[in-house]
Design a protein around this ligand. Structure first.
Ligand SMILES: Nc1ncnc2c1ncn2[C@@H]1O[C@H](COP(=O)(O)OP(=O)(O)O)[C@@H](O)[C@H]1O
Ligand SMILES: [Mg+2]
Length: 234
């Protein structure tokens, strides 16, 4: 006999990527424990872009930390069904080693996992630069020689090179100007469709969220208060 939940998933034919069940999170403040996430439950599926929309201080980044397992004071059940998610940062500058070239940086995880020969790793990285619409010339450049938008594409390339299907973007586009933002949105959508990726797209900006997301989780004071399908204004 098939359990009801399973049956539902077979019908949907969507693979679950992540599940939060009754997750609460706390920060310690002096002797007190401050509740920052309050009984949050939701699931993410392969091939969907889900927005996490809420005001500053509502708990979005804390929720990301729980996804990544970076918060000690986290109660409830967080289940990953695929490889660990990768993060694309708002300002990847801090996460890119300033003394190494983009090629070296992107090859690093492949080197660590001893994937392929030197030539094969280089070829893989050059191909990935093309995938995120960056010129091959950037291979031998340093992070400081790139624009903010280019650095963000490098960060995305870094995430994709791990082979993950699940990418977290915490206010990733907030620092970019509108034109670069629009290019990045197009790229993210293109990659998502081609590779069946799942994004958790965190933002305080309804406009951006409505341009990119299939579904939205609204968060307020640490509670996910509403979930919707596609936003009407799309
Ligand atoms: N390291 C921390 N220690 C204590 N309180 C924190 C810490 N980080 C965030 N907070 C508090 O938790 C709440 C949610 O923060 P955060 O998850 O960063 O919100 P958002 O990303 O939505 O702006 C805020 O009230 C914030 O001040
Ligand atoms: Mg935040």
């Amino acid at each position: 006999m098939i359990e009801q939940g399973m049956e539902k998933e077979i019908i949907n034919k969507k693979k679950k990527v992540l599940e939060f069940r009754h997750v609460s999170a706390y920060y310690k403040e002096r002797s007190a424990r401050k509740k920052v996430l309050d009984d949050v439950s939701f699931s993410l599926y392969e091939g969907e872009i889900v927005g996490l929309l809420g005001e500053s201080g509502s708990g979005k980044s804390t929720l990301c930390k729980c996804v990544l397992g970076l918060l000690k004071e986290c109660e409830g059940i967080v289940t990953h069904y695929t490889e660990r998610p990768q993060m694309v940062f708002q300002d990847p500058y801090g996460s890119l080693n300033p003394r190494k070239t983009i090629g070296w940086i992107l090859e690093e995880p492949l080197r660590v996992r001893k994937m392929g020969t030197k030539e094969e790793r280089k070829a893989r990285v050059l191909e990935m630069l093309e995938t995120v619409h960056l010129s091959e010339e950037l291979y031998s450049r340093y992070p400081r020689e790139l624009s903010g938008g280019q650095r963000q594409r490098v960060s995305l390339a870094q995430a994709l090179l791990t082979g993950t299907k699940f990418i977290l973007l915490d206010e990733a586009l907030s620092a970019l100007d509108v034109t670069v933002q629009a290019q990045m949105i197009r790229l993210l959508k293109e990659l998502q469709e081609k590779q069946n990726l799942c994004y958790l797209f965190v933002s305080h900006d309804l406009d951006v969220v409505s341009q990119i997301c299939d579904r939205v989780l609204f968060i307020k004071d640490g509670k996910v208060i509403e979930t919707t399908g596609a936003i009407e204004s799309k």
